[in-house]
Design a protein around this ligand. Sequence first.
Ligand code: PMP
Length: 448
Amino acid sequence: MAELATEPIVYSFTDHRVYREESPLVIAEGEGIRIRDTAGKEYIDALSGLWHANLGFSDAELIEAATSAYRRLPAFPCALGRGSVEAEALGHELLAAAEGRFSSVYFAASGSEAVESVLKFLWLASNADGTPDRKLVVTRDSGFHGTTLGAASLAGIPNQHAGFDLPLPFTVRVPRAHYYRDHLDGESRAEYVDRIVRTTRGRIEEAGPENVAAMVAEPVMAAGGVLVPPEEYWPAMDRLLTDLGIPLVADEVVCGFGRLGPLFGHRRFGLRPAAVTVAKGITAGYAPLGAVLLGPDLTRSVAGAAESYGVLGHGSTFGGHPVAAAVARAHLRALAERGIEARVAALEASLRACLEGLLELPVVGEVRCVGGLAAVELMADGASRRPFDPERRIGRRVARKARELGLIVRDLGDVLALCPPLITDAGDVAEIVSRLRAAITATLKEET
Ligand code: PMP
């Protein structure tokens, strides 16, 4: 057997083969959008940790909210009919921020747990409503929804299933919206959307819409490659789901809390989801918290089921932790007071302007940008959409080179994802893109 590289920590989403060549990057401290490793080397973190540290790494108001909450009540659950002042208040504030579209909030401790919870609530609702066959869930290629058994089953990314005996057989897989990679030669965006929405309808009709509990979808796919859908996509999908009587669950674990501009990502596309899952940015990453916002129908069904079974047989010790809730409340206040939507619009404009400059490199096939999310898709030949041989692992090598140059980005295959803290200003965006350009150029020079 080959000798294995081992580390005391089982790092997630990591290619463990790299431990033969390099050690994990261990961060000691952060300030603003910059982090420093144990050797004192500084990096701009253009991924906000793992798409979550939306206010950077030294926000005084959030730190103060956490420390004062720790002094008042450092631990308490939302369970057994008991909760904390902070969790209660946050529940009300989230529902108010959603302008009355949702009727209740369930607190979890992570995004996976939020998604897993909504899947269980959908099934509970189907049973309570006398439609026990309504258990299938529509999900898209390249989607990512977390790592627990149900949430990972929704994934449209092969490495989420390989070796785990997944997916569980409750999913109906439909196409992603990735015009640049998937359109046929000569096909317009509108024609492409028309085609994939027809395919989506076909797959759902084959499964039987009456057997489908919901579709779970990210408004903009993040881990699948920062896939910004063509503008025709969500309106067409909204019509399709309405026509088939299928509720939408918006997974806003990345897209929520200003990442796309508005507080809730679905607003950017005018969607009306029946439920929303959030986590990550809800506390700007300063404490673990997830939540499910349930619309009136799901609220009624879940409450009805809980009553008829005598208890809601689902819960979480850390869900709605009082310190995390206090941080989320401070974050909600900060987003409103600091005019985050306007700041994100400015961030989007500077990201777009700088990234478009990269299109002059022949290996840059497409740049994508929406709110504070962006991606650079590398291709052996961008114009003809000819990909690099995956064996060359170009994306991984560019990300490693960027790290040497003091920049953290995420390689998703040959897509380089950017998700900088929402406080990143135009000067820092220029610096990020300049380091990224240098990393791309240097990597390709090493090749020749
Ligand atoms: N949904 C989406 C859209 C995500 O991007 C993620 C995490 N990257 C999750 C769910 C799972 O969140 P967590 O890692 O907090 O479990």
